[in-house]
Design a protein around this ligand. Structure first.
Ligand SMILES: [Zn+2]
Length: 297
Protein backbone atom coordinates (compact mmCIF):
# COMPACT_ATOMS: atom_id res chain seq x y z
CA UNK A 1 0.00 0.00 0.00
CA UNK A 2 2.76 2.35 0.98
CA UNK A 3 4.77 1.48 -2.10
CA UNK A 4 1.81 1.96 -4.40
CA UNK A 5 1.17 5.35 -2.87
CA UNK A 6 4.78 6.35 -3.25
CA UNK A 7 4.73 5.29 -6.89
CA UNK A 8 1.68 7.47 -7.54
CA UNK A 9 3.20 10.47 -5.85
CA UNK A 10 6.36 9.87 -7.82
CA UNK A 11 4.43 9.92 -11.05
CA UNK A 12 2.76 13.15 -10.06
CA UNK A 13 6.11 14.66 -9.18
CA UNK A 14 7.71 13.52 -12.41
CA UNK A 15 4.90 15.10 -14.33
CA UNK A 16 5.77 18.39 -12.79
CA UNK A 17 9.53 18.14 -12.93
CA UNK A 18 9.50 16.78 -16.45
CA UNK A 19 12.04 14.11 -15.56
CA UNK A 20 12.44 11.67 -18.41
CA UNK A 21 11.56 8.29 -17.00
CA UNK A 22 8.79 7.57 -19.41
CA UNK A 23 9.22 3.81 -19.31
CA UNK A 24 9.04 3.75 -15.53
CA UNK A 25 5.99 5.97 -15.55
CA UNK A 26 4.12 3.72 -17.95
CA UNK A 27 5.16 0.60 -16.08
CA UNK A 28 4.07 2.12 -12.79
CA UNK A 29 0.78 3.39 -14.18
CA UNK A 30 -0.03 -0.06 -15.55
CA UNK A 31 0.99 -1.97 -12.45
CA UNK A 32 -1.96 -3.50 -10.60
CA UNK A 33 -2.89 -1.54 -7.50
CA UNK A 34 -1.43 -2.93 -4.30
CA UNK A 35 -4.69 -2.32 -2.49
CA UNK A 36 -8.12 -3.05 -3.94
CA UNK A 37 -10.60 -0.21 -4.22
CA UNK A 38 -12.99 -0.03 -1.26
CA UNK A 39 -15.76 2.23 0.05
CA UNK A 40 -16.60 3.03 3.68
CA UNK A 41 -19.55 4.95 5.09
CA UNK A 42 -18.54 7.69 7.54
CA UNK A 43 -22.07 8.85 8.38
CA UNK A 44 -25.31 10.28 6.94
CA UNK A 45 -24.66 9.53 3.27
CA UNK A 46 -21.00 10.60 3.42
CA UNK A 47 -18.51 7.99 2.18
CA UNK A 48 -14.76 7.83 1.70
CA UNK A 49 -12.85 5.50 -0.60
CA UNK A 50 -9.31 4.16 -0.71
CA UNK A 51 -7.31 1.79 -2.89
CA UNK A 52 -7.43 1.55 -6.65
CA UNK A 53 -5.13 3.90 -8.57
CA UNK A 54 -4.67 7.38 -7.14
CA UNK A 55 -5.47 9.16 -3.91
CA UNK A 56 -8.37 8.59 -1.55
CA UNK A 57 -11.70 10.06 -2.62
CA UNK A 58 -15.09 10.73 -1.08
CA UNK A 59 -18.70 11.15 -2.09
CA UNK A 60 -21.91 12.46 -0.60
CA UNK A 61 -25.37 11.33 -1.64
CA UNK A 62 -27.62 14.39 -1.80
CA UNK A 63 -31.35 14.75 -2.50
CA UNK A 64 -31.08 14.51 -6.29
CA UNK A 65 -27.46 13.76 -7.07
CA UNK A 66 -24.02 12.79 -5.84
CA UNK A 67 -21.09 15.08 -5.00
CA UNK A 68 -17.66 13.48 -5.49
CA UNK A 69 -14.42 14.67 -3.89
CA UNK A 70 -11.36 13.94 -6.08
CA UNK A 71 -11.25 11.87 -9.23
CA UNK A 72 -8.61 9.08 -8.95
CA UNK A 73 -5.57 8.89 -11.22
CA UNK A 74 -6.84 6.94 -14.22
CA UNK A 75 -10.19 6.76 -16.03
CA UNK A 76 -10.28 3.00 -15.26
CA UNK A 77 -9.93 3.59 -11.54
CA UNK A 78 -12.48 6.44 -11.68
CA UNK A 79 -14.90 4.07 -13.46
CA UNK A 80 -14.43 1.58 -10.63
CA UNK A 81 -15.37 4.34 -8.17
CA UNK A 82 -18.39 5.42 -10.25
CA UNK A 83 -19.56 1.78 -10.41
CA UNK A 84 -19.27 1.53 -6.62
CA UNK A 85 -21.35 4.70 -6.26
CA UNK A 86 -23.98 3.30 -8.65
CA UNK A 87 -24.32 0.25 -6.40
CA UNK A 88 -25.15 2.54 -3.47
CA UNK A 89 -27.48 5.02 -5.23
CA UNK A 90 -29.10 5.42 -8.66
CA UNK A 91 -28.67 9.23 -8.39
CA UNK A 92 -26.31 10.79 -10.96
CA UNK A 93 -22.94 12.32 -10.14
CA UNK A 94 -23.49 16.05 -10.67
CA UNK A 95 -20.49 17.68 -8.98
CA UNK A 96 -16.78 16.90 -8.57
CA UNK A 97 -14.69 18.91 -6.12
CA UNK A 98 -10.91 18.76 -6.59
CA UNK A 99 -8.53 19.00 -3.63
CA UNK A 100 -5.60 20.03 -5.87
CA UNK A 101 -4.04 19.47 -9.29
CA UNK A 102 -1.80 16.44 -8.75
CA UNK A 103 -2.38 13.69 -11.33
CA UNK A 104 -3.30 11.10 -8.72
CA UNK A 105 -6.31 13.28 -7.77
CA UNK A 106 -7.52 14.63 -11.14
CA UNK A 107 -6.47 12.46 -14.07
CA UNK A 108 -9.46 10.13 -13.73
CA UNK A 109 -11.83 13.03 -14.55
CA UNK A 110 -12.42 11.95 -18.15
CA UNK A 111 -14.42 8.95 -16.88
CA UNK A 112 -17.03 11.31 -15.38
CA UNK A 113 -20.28 12.25 -17.15
CA UNK A 114 -19.96 15.10 -19.63
CA UNK A 115 -21.38 18.33 -18.24
CA UNK A 116 -20.52 17.53 -14.62
CA UNK A 117 -19.79 20.64 -12.54
CA UNK A 118 -16.10 20.66 -11.53
CA UNK A 119 -15.16 22.93 -8.63
CA UNK A 120 -11.59 23.87 -7.68
CA UNK A 121 -9.48 26.64 -6.24
CA UNK A 122 -8.48 29.01 -9.06
CA UNK A 123 -4.77 28.10 -8.94
CA UNK A 124 -5.65 24.42 -9.24
CA UNK A 125 -7.28 25.17 -12.58
CA UNK A 126 -4.18 27.11 -13.68
CA UNK A 127 -1.93 24.19 -12.73
CA UNK A 128 -4.17 21.76 -14.61
CA UNK A 129 -3.97 23.99 -17.70
CA UNK A 130 -0.20 24.29 -17.30
CA UNK A 131 0.14 20.49 -17.25
CA UNK A 132 -1.12 20.38 -20.85
CA UNK A 133 2.27 19.58 -22.36
CA UNK A 134 3.57 17.47 -19.49
CA UNK A 135 3.91 13.70 -19.63
CA UNK A 136 0.68 13.11 -17.74
CA UNK A 137 -1.54 16.08 -18.54
CA UNK A 138 -4.77 16.74 -16.69
CA UNK A 139 -7.68 16.10 -19.10
CA UNK A 140 -8.07 19.47 -20.80
CA UNK A 141 -11.74 18.87 -21.65
CA UNK A 142 -12.49 18.38 -17.95
CA UNK A 143 -11.07 21.57 -16.50
CA UNK A 144 -12.81 23.13 -13.48
CA UNK A 145 -16.04 24.92 -14.44
CA UNK A 146 -16.34 26.86 -11.18
CA UNK A 147 -13.38 28.36 -9.32
CA UNK A 148 -12.92 30.55 -6.26
CA UNK A 149 -10.08 32.10 -4.27
CA UNK A 150 -10.47 31.78 -0.47
CA UNK A 151 -13.97 30.67 0.58
CA UNK A 152 -16.93 29.16 -1.21
CA UNK A 153 -20.07 28.13 0.71
CA UNK A 154 -22.63 26.12 -1.21
CA UNK A 155 -25.71 24.03 -0.66
CA UNK A 156 -25.71 21.28 -3.28
CA UNK A 157 -28.73 18.97 -3.35
CA UNK A 158 -29.48 19.89 0.25
CA UNK A 159 -25.89 19.22 1.38
CA UNK A 160 -24.07 22.13 3.00
CA UNK A 161 -20.51 22.32 1.69
CA UNK A 162 -17.84 24.83 2.77
CA UNK A 163 -14.67 25.03 0.66
CA UNK A 164 -11.60 26.73 2.11
CA UNK A 165 -8.22 27.81 0.74
CA UNK A 166 -5.79 29.72 2.92
CA UNK A 167 -2.49 30.17 1.05
CA UNK A 168 -0.28 28.03 -1.22
CA UNK A 169 0.80 25.00 0.86
CA UNK A 170 1.05 21.51 -0.70
CA UNK A 171 0.52 23.20 -4.10
CA UNK A 172 -0.58 26.73 -4.98
CA UNK A 173 -4.22 25.64 -5.38
CA UNK A 174 -5.20 23.40 -2.47
CA UNK A 175 -8.71 23.35 -1.04
CA UNK A 176 -10.35 21.48 1.77
CA UNK A 177 -14.05 20.60 1.99
CA UNK A 178 -15.83 20.99 5.33
CA UNK A 179 -19.26 19.39 5.75
CA UNK A 180 -20.42 21.50 8.73
CA UNK A 181 -23.51 19.43 9.54
CA UNK A 182 -21.55 16.15 9.62
CA UNK A 183 -18.35 17.75 11.04
CA UNK A 184 -16.23 15.98 8.42
CA UNK A 185 -13.28 17.47 6.52
CA UNK A 186 -11.91 16.14 3.24
CA UNK A 187 -8.38 17.53 3.27
CA UNK A 188 -6.56 16.03 0.29
CA UNK A 189 -2.78 15.93 0.54
CA UNK A 190 -2.63 18.85 2.96
CA UNK A 191 -3.39 16.28 5.65
CA UNK A 192 -1.48 13.38 4.10
CA UNK A 193 0.34 12.21 7.21
CA UNK A 194 2.02 9.35 5.35
CA UNK A 195 4.39 12.17 4.31
CA UNK A 196 5.97 14.38 6.97
CA UNK A 197 4.60 17.51 5.27
CA UNK A 198 4.73 17.11 1.52
CA UNK A 199 5.25 20.44 -0.22
CA UNK A 200 5.62 20.71 -4.00
CA UNK A 201 7.82 23.81 -4.24
CA UNK A 202 7.72 23.41 -8.04
CA UNK A 203 3.95 24.01 -7.91
CA UNK A 204 4.27 27.07 -5.69
CA UNK A 205 3.82 25.15 -2.44
CA UNK A 206 5.35 26.50 0.78
CA UNK A 207 6.15 25.05 4.20
CA UNK A 208 5.01 28.25 5.90
CA UNK A 209 1.78 27.98 3.91
CA UNK A 210 1.42 24.34 4.99
CA UNK A 211 1.62 25.46 8.63
CA UNK A 212 -0.92 28.27 8.06
CA UNK A 213 -3.28 25.86 6.28
CA UNK A 214 -2.94 23.16 8.94
CA UNK A 215 -3.71 25.77 11.62
CA UNK A 216 -6.83 26.67 9.62
CA UNK A 217 -7.88 23.02 9.33
CA UNK A 218 -7.38 22.38 13.04
CA UNK A 219 -9.53 25.43 13.87
CA UNK A 220 -12.49 24.00 11.92
CA UNK A 221 -15.41 22.55 13.85
CA UNK A 222 -14.92 18.94 12.75
CA UNK A 223 -13.85 15.62 14.20
CA UNK A 224 -13.23 13.35 11.19
CA UNK A 225 -10.53 14.15 8.64
CA UNK A 226 -10.22 12.28 5.35
CA UNK A 227 -6.67 12.39 4.02
CA UNK A 228 -5.55 12.20 0.39
CA UNK A 229 -3.59 9.05 1.31
CA UNK A 230 -3.61 6.71 4.28
CA UNK A 231 -6.31 6.33 6.89
CA UNK A 232 -8.82 8.70 8.47
CA UNK A 233 -7.19 11.19 10.83
CA UNK A 234 -8.21 12.74 14.12
CA UNK A 235 -7.72 16.35 15.14
CA UNK A 236 -5.20 15.29 17.79
CA UNK A 237 -3.08 13.53 15.13
CA UNK A 238 -3.14 16.70 13.01
CA UNK A 239 -2.14 18.83 16.02
CA UNK A 240 0.75 16.52 16.82
CA UNK A 241 2.00 16.63 13.23
CA UNK A 242 1.67 20.41 13.08
CA UNK A 243 3.75 20.75 16.25
CA UNK A 244 6.41 18.39 14.86
CA UNK A 245 6.58 20.25 11.54
CA UNK A 246 6.80 23.66 13.23
CA UNK A 247 9.57 22.44 15.55
CA UNK A 248 11.53 20.83 12.72
CA UNK A 249 11.19 23.92 10.52
CA UNK A 250 12.48 26.14 13.33
CA UNK A 251 15.38 23.77 13.99
CA UNK A 252 16.35 23.81 10.31
CA UNK A 253 16.24 27.62 10.33
CA UNK A 254 18.47 27.73 13.42
CA UNK A 255 20.97 25.32 11.88
CA UNK A 256 21.13 27.43 8.71
CA UNK A 257 21.81 30.50 10.86
CA UNK A 258 24.64 28.68 12.63
CA UNK A 259 26.22 27.83 9.28
CA UNK A 260 25.33 24.16 8.89
CA UNK A 261 25.25 22.75 5.37
CA UNK A 262 22.21 21.10 3.83
CA UNK A 263 23.91 17.70 4.11
CA UNK A 264 24.63 18.24 7.82
CA UNK A 265 21.05 19.34 8.46
CA UNK A 266 19.62 16.37 6.56
CA UNK A 267 21.44 14.03 8.97
CA UNK A 268 19.42 15.45 11.85
CA UNK A 269 16.04 14.59 10.29
CA UNK A 270 13.62 12.74 12.58
CA UNK A 271 12.74 9.15 11.59
CA UNK A 272 9.23 10.11 10.43
CA UNK A 273 10.67 12.49 7.84
CA UNK A 274 11.65 10.72 4.59
CA UNK A 275 15.19 11.79 3.56
CA UNK A 276 13.90 12.78 0.13
CA UNK A 277 10.54 13.29 -1.47
CA UNK A 278 9.17 11.08 -4.23
CA UNK A 279 11.77 9.94 -6.85
CA UNK A 280 14.49 11.84 -5.07
CA UNK A 281 12.62 15.16 -5.26
CA UNK A 282 13.41 17.51 -2.37
CA UNK A 283 12.18 16.27 0.98
CA UNK A 284 10.92 18.52 3.78
CA UNK A 285 14.38 19.54 5.01
CA UNK A 286 15.57 20.51 1.55
CA UNK A 287 12.38 22.41 0.75
CA UNK A 288 12.75 24.41 3.98
CA UNK A 289 16.47 24.92 3.33
CA UNK A 290 15.77 26.26 -0.15
CA UNK A 291 13.06 28.57 1.17
CA UNK A 292 15.38 30.15 3.72
CA UNK A 293 18.33 30.22 1.31
CA UNK A 294 16.20 32.14 -1.20
CA UNK A 295 14.48 34.39 1.32
CA UNK A 296 16.80 34.65 4.35
CA UNK A 297 15.15 36.26 7.34
ZN1 LIG B 1 -0.74 15.83 -4.00
Amino acid sequence: MQREKVVLVLIATLMVTGASLRGSIIAAAQAPPAEPFSVDLIKDGVYWTKGGVGGNTGFIVGMDGVIVFDAKMTPASAKEMLAAIAKITPKPVTHVILSHSDADHVNGLSAFPKGVTIIAQENCKKEMEASKDSRMPAPQNYLPTKVFDKNLDLTIDGVRVQLRHWVPAHTSGDLIMLLPDERIVFGGDLIDLTQFALVHAQKGGSTEGWITSMQGIIALDADTFVSGHGDLQTKSALKARLAAVEARRQKIKDMITSGKSLEEIKKTAPPEEPPTGPFGSPGFTEVVYNEFAKHPS
